[in-house]
Design a protein. Sequence first.
Length: 306
Amino acid sequence: MIRNALIAAAALTAVVAPATAVADPIIGTPPPCVGASDLAGSEFNVKKCGVSDVDQHRAGLENNGGAYCGPASLYNVLHYWGHEKDAPVGWLTTKVGNLNPKDPADYSVITNSIGRIGVDAKYNGGTNLTNLRTAWNIATKPARDAGWTTSTGAVSTHENPDFAGELAKKLNEGPLQLVYGRYKAGPTTGSLQRSGGHIITVVSATGSFGGNTIQLKLADPGRAGDSGQGNYLYTQSAYESLDVTLTKRSIKEYVPVKDDENTREDESLEPGTYRTVTRWELTGPRYVSDTTRQMVEAFNWFDMAK
């Protein structure tokens, strides 16, 4: 299969990158992007510039990249550190700082790089935040070998008294990976049940410490303006900053029982359980659905220094 050959090559061999760095693409509307780092007082305003907005939908990835939001959003994070901070991040001879997602000549190399992140994050039809942090550690090893220090972690919405404030403080260090679940109506009135999820890159946040709402700007690898049109699987879409609002919610979540493949019984037929959890509902002009609600569950944060 094309996808298997591509991933194997990305995982086991180096991808040759251009010898010279190229001009940084900039997230920001309108350009140029103006960064912000205001954490003083009761309100915050944080914005990162120089974050890429790569597409996850690409020929050569499994199902044309339909579930590669995690690897693609992590590539955006690595782009920031490679271009804005000159960190030597990448794999063998492939250095993210030498690649320009807007340059058609680099498209295949970046596709291979996203595939490599998928391998390192143990892609199995999707990825999770934990394994994506492992992929970050692999991609940043060249930086540590060159004397940099790196760190990463995760922050959950549940039982976190100031999720918005934590998000702003961690975003001030570097762009974040945010995961939200798509929740449909559960078995009982008022309950919700997770039916899937998506991972995106956060580039900007404004709000109040201890508040119940926060405004974000996102680089979303799955919501390109030209998605599904023409030659979109072979070209990089125009960069966009998508505006969303997060609102704190307490929800009654129905959790079905998962089947254990190692037993004869089908445990999924057993009744599930209910729990009350804190989530932050994501709404915005490009995030409208008649069947599900988007509930943010956690984010990955990343930091580097030399």
